[in-house]
Ligand binder design. Structure first.
Ligand SMILES: Nc1nc2c(c(=O)[nH]1)N[C@H]1C(S)=C(S)[C@@H](COP(=O)(O)O)O[C@H]1N2
Ligand SMILES: [Mo]
Length: 254
């Protein structure tokens, strides 16, 4: 009995305070930024992640013996088109990755140049929304090194990765990340997996590893890197192939 009474008393107290609470909500309701946050799921999710997580924290790294026996492939396993076939036949000797857009010194990097730059190796877990995970060892050049050479302008908010595999809807696969992830120490352009040159099925010759996010952000077959102030006007405008095609979240934080 006394428990119920106490609870009643509590409820009464809340009811008495409701006037103040409601007017607080009203003020929030009139706030345009808050309204926008409620409207777009992606923004809300991104905002929450920003509030709750240290975006510069490292993703977990694993021991060599913790690697999965095989690192499977998903999505495109062999890009269509003559261009890619030609590059594959010549072992990507002429593959050049331009870093352009909102940069002071646009320039293109050959695979030889990329492989000669300081490398980072990391053993991380890949999580795909389709319900599988795998641990593999990735080696590549930190994205920051390429971006620093190109001199990304202060107006650029996002880094876009244009891929070489055409999709069934006629557009190309692409992805984008913000500048926090772009300079994260584990964000690399990988050219090797488990000490082997990247196989075609995993994105040869170059694929993104952005280890704090889900599988679909890990763009394979990267053929151009573009710095942009806005994602609007690029393909479907949502910052990535799956974001455009199926409404996947742009910020796919783990
Ligand atoms: N260019 C390109 N990148 C892509 C994809 C793709 O189809 N094309 N699939 C994505 C998805 S959904 C996942 S889970 C991973 C799979 O990488 P893997 O094939 O190396 O396992 O790549 C991502 N990056
Ligand atoms: Mo995926």
């Amino acid at each position: 009995m006394s428990g119920i009474l106490t609870r009643r008393a509590l409820v009464g107290g809340i009811a008495a305070g409701a006037g103040t609470l409601l007017s607080g909500c009203d003020r929030l309701g009139q706030n345009e930024r808050f309204q926008a946050l409620l409207r777009t799921g992606e923004d809300a999710n991104y905002g929450l992640h920003r509030l709750l997580q240290d975006r510069t924290a490292l993703a977990e790294e694993f021991r060599p013996d913790q690697r999965s026996p095989v690192f499977r492939a998903n999505g495109t396993r062999m890009p269509g088109g003559d261009d890619y076939a030609r590059h594959l036949a010549s072992h990507f000797a002429d593959w050049r990755v331009p870093v352009d857009g909102a940069v002071a010194h646009p320039q293109a990097f050959s695979m030889a140049q990329i492989r000669a730059m300081p490398a980072r190796t990391q053993i991380t877990r890949h999580d795909c929304v389709e319900g599988w995970s795998a641990i593999a060892k990735w080696t590549g050049v930190p994205l920051k090194l390429l971006l620093d050479r190109a001199g990304v302008s202060p107006q650029a908010k996002y880094i876009v990765f244009h891929c070489a595999d055409p999709q069934s809807n006629g557009t190309m696969y692409y992805e984008s990340i913000d500048r926090i992830d772009a300079v994260h120490p584990q964000t690399i352009l990988a050219y090797a997996v488990n000490d082997e040159l990247l196989p075609v099925q995993n994105g040869a010759p170059l694929r993104l590893r952005v280890e704090r996010q889900l599988g679909y952000k890990q763009a394979k077959y990267v053929q151009r890197i573009e710095a942009v102030a806005s994602l609007q006007g690029l393909y479907g405008g949502k910052g990535g192939y799956w974001e455009d095609a199926a409404g996947y979240e742009w910020y796919a934080g783990l």
